[in-house]
Design a protein around this ligand. Sequence first.
Ligand code: GLY
Ligand code: MN
Length: 361
Amino acid sequence: METRNSRLFSLLEGKVDAVAIINGGDSQIDHNFKYFTRARSGVFEGSTALIGPKNTAVVTSVLEAPALKGLGVRVSVPKTRKQLEKTLVTLFSKHKTIGLNFPSVSYESFRALKKAYRGKIVDVSEEIAKCRSVKDGDEIKKIAESCRIASMAAEKIPGMLTEGMTESQLAARLSMALYEEGSEGPSFSPIVSFGRTSAIPHYFPGKVKLKKGDFVLTDFGGKYDMYCSDITRTCIFGKATERQRELYETVKSSQEAALKLIKAGAREVDVDAAARKVIDGSSFKGRFIHGLGHGLGLQVHDGRPVLSPRGTEVLKEGMVVTVEPGAYVDGYGGVRIEDDVVVTRNGYRQLTTAKRELIEV
Ligand code: GLY
Ligand code: MN
């Protein structure tokens, strides 16, 4: 039976004997640790997982060990710093070549490893990213549930809006709706912007108050069993002006053009170009200032695929990707519509289901 370990080692084609996932402090937690161990909770600061083709060994603290029970992972819990170093050296020195996920290893951890380990160290981040990019059935189920939760919360947004409320208040209500629908928490800090601030794609909600005629842009997601969703809806608080409607419909058509191309074998760059062509062929030319979409999984930006002009790969069956065109007019406002889809042999299955038609509240 194919496991995540065996899939990784078949991609590695004998390049290394084992792969080490090394977590540092809070800012250096590698999501691959949970991907390979399948731990469903825990922080695992300062913990290491050594992945082999058939098994996984973890060195961690007594605090985190219970989260690994029953997962078929060999767990060591050294009591002192000295014991920890000894355990790691013993584990590592069984292997001539060790692979690391270079982008996530801190310089400090790398230096310590170089000092203690005499074998060869190789970057295997490409193979890990490839392994993660195609989701297995279990992952797709979790992402689908996460998307269901986010869609339910999105449907509630129009009913949450009241004149004079602040962006932060809407963000709070949105987060509550996610928890109420069964999420374990937001996938990322929600983006909520009113009126002019909707022209800033990665805006942080603040004290801006909602007024009649404003765009209301909400970009958020809720995790389910560690897996993320990511959805954006833009509505109008009041009756849309002609220009607001034109902007909305342009972005919606752009998304539809991209969705038409999505299927296994489609080139990332072509899917992006189809969406961009619609916006650049309108009066909002040049206002689509980011990529069309990104991979989605344990992380909200899960690395692959990359739907952007920089994309170099083709889509594969089982990849999960966001499709999120947007157009932004400084000082006026912006519209983004974002959905999550899983790529199939002949097309895609849409995981987010909230209504996409323009809503006037
Ligand atoms: N949801 C925010 C982003 O994809 O950048
Ligand atoms: Mn996104």
